[in-house]
Write a protein that binds this ligand. Sequence first.
Ligand code: UD1
Ligand code: MG
Length: 450
Amino acid sequence: MPNETKQRTCLAIVLAAGEGTRMKSRTPKVMHRIAGRTMLAHVLAAVQAAGSQRIAVVVGPGREDVAEAVKLAAPGAEVFVQEDRLGTAHAVLAAREALQDPVDDVIVAYADTPLVAPETFTALRGPLAQGATVVALGFRAENPTGYGRLLVEDGRLVAIREEKDADEEERRVRLCNAGLMALAGSEAIAILEGIGNDNAKGEYYLTDAVAAAISRGLRTAVVEAEEVEVQGVNDRVQLAAAEQVMQKRLRERAMREGATFLDPGSVYLSFDTVIGRDVVIEPQVFFGPGVVVEDEAVIHAFSHLEGAHVGRGANVGPYARLRPGARLGGKAKVGNFVEIKNAELADGAKVNHLTYIGDASIGAGANIGAGTITCNYDGFAKHRTVIGARAFIGSNSALVAPVTIGEGAFVGSGSVVTEDVPADALAVARGRQQNKPGWATEFRSRSTKK
Ligand code: UD1
Ligand code: MG
């Protein structure tokens, strides 16, 4: 951020009063998720990262659910209600109380335009530090139909014309209005109050802030962004398109940081996925929110991770599921068809095949045989299983929690362990084997005679 902008105070007004009917959803539009986080939260994070000390979110009437989401994503943000939907300028004025306090810069963002990078909001603030009063964000539209047009004369922005109000010549302009805007705090209320609703839609247009500023002899400016960045979301098709852009960004960021993706397009990341250096991600891997993968780990194909920590050099999958609270130490191994939930595996512990480990801690170097189940739930409460370092659990064992297997202890295959096992002991908890010599031969001859 340029120093000039850094030193200025900033209020962000986020418009989240969208109707969202085209989403055909019981969930408010701005609460739909991209990369595991609501569109609203993406925008709140971006305006915060662009240096907004104060955030005002404008929601529609009766939208307590959105107000609550605001409090979760940005606890300091204030929520205002726009009772009637009378246009974007009217929506901004719903936050009048926030606008009344002195502030250098005001930025207006849309909660349904989730891909705008913090740097773009910062760029939008730039001309304010140089004396501009209204700064519009423009982009060169592939197809400008439906957008407001930025009318520039002699290099100066003179007006924003909504499609419905534009004449034929104006409609040929490809420089379009993204909608986001920056206003000088000292003039914002006066400019917004000067906006009328004498237009095709009978709405108070925020875009008319440009003409309002010019009529007062104030300076305006345009900052340009890429069209992909300012795309809005009105339906599920556009939601998917925005998701694709976000996924590409996240994957490229991880690759630039030193991770290898064998088939990037098939890997789904969350907004907060952290992937270290020299990590290898095989095809078809899903990262839900809250995953950290340390350096040199390998995530094999078809694995599903959320809320999990994968230690340095660990090996996961193929076909592994790490659920919230899974914490794998360095060089730990979790193999195919293994589910780990709320459990720690210390360094070098191995759980290689067909196993459920839940509410457990597994010591360093322990080996958990194929088909082991921690029976953590009795239908009412969850209980913990503790397995000491270097312990060896034979295949197909059920460990009925709460239970502790001491360090270096062995559990015989097929055991149902209900009592603690002391360190370095062997526990066998299964029917003893009996061999009856010749029994099969006799059985066959008896059966054949019948
Ligand atoms: C707006 C711009 C247009 C720009 C386009 C980019 C205006 C007048 N026009 O048009 O120049 O090219 O975005 O997508 O600003 N909202 C409210 N309350 C209202 C009206 C709108 O909160 O009373 C919110 C909407 O939920 C939405 C945003 O403001 O998030 C923009 O409103 P929308 O109706 O989508 O404006 P456009 O016609 O798309
Ligand atoms: Mg729109």
